[in-house]
Design a protein around this ligand. Structure first.
Ligand code: ADP
Length: 172
């Protein structure tokens, strides 16, 4: 099957990687780098997510992501509010990327993927398994370590490390 007849090649593939990214970690960046190679365009979409109170503002989270993905031509940073499936439609995309760290992620992620399928027939979730060295890593863990002045240099890019220091100045 050539590019013209294979339906997968008819349109550029646009994938959306949604999340809180509060803040972006090397675990997220691993998923971003790997999925940017698989799709024509990757949109990292920062969620306003009203159920969590973020440490970083929307603007800060986007800036940190922009800085960390500067070298990737086909990666765009955006934000969205409300249902992910509505955002997908707006962006003319149908692929959702999510990272899986451990079995504990699985149940919730499967529930979300099924819900999105129910809400939009076209939506397809692709799960990408974490690289083993980041399997324990989450934004919450990073914030917890930074709060008590622990070292986060191996877990986040330098700009994020600096931004965390600025958020917790009293303990540095
Ligand atoms: P959310 O609040 O939507 O879970 P996060 O910013 O915490 O947003 O995570 C966004 C996505 O990145 C999720 O799919 C999450 O499983 C994945 N992710 C987070 N940390 C890692 C990691 N260390 N390795 C692989 N995937 C990860």
């Amino acid at each position: 099957m050539n590019k013209e007849t294979n339906p997968l090649h008819r349109h550029p593939s646009i994938a959306v990687y949604p999340g809180s990214f509060d803040p972006v970690t090397k675990g997220h960046l691993d998923i971003i780098h790997r999925s940017a190679k698989l799709f024509d365009r990757l949109i990292v979409a920062v969620s306003h997510n009203s159920s969590k109170t973020p440490l970083f503002t929307m603007d800060e989270r986007k800036q940190l992501l922009l800085g960390a993905t500067r070298d990737l031509d086909n990666v765009e940073i955006d934000s969205f509010d409300g249902l992910l499936v509505n955002y997908l439609r707006k962006r003319n995309a149908r692929l959702i990327i999510r990272g899986l760290r451990a079995m504990t992620d699985f149940e919730f992620e499967l529930q979300m993927a099924s819900t999105n399928r129910k809400l939009s027939e076209e939506a397809e979730t692709f799960f990408m398994s974490t690289s083993p060295e980041y399997s324990y890593l989450s934004s919450s863990i990073v914030k917890e370590i930074a709060k008590y002045a622990g070292p986060v240099g191996d877990l986040v890019p330098p700009d994020v490390e600096q931004a965390l220091r600025a958020k917790f100045p009293q303990v540095q």
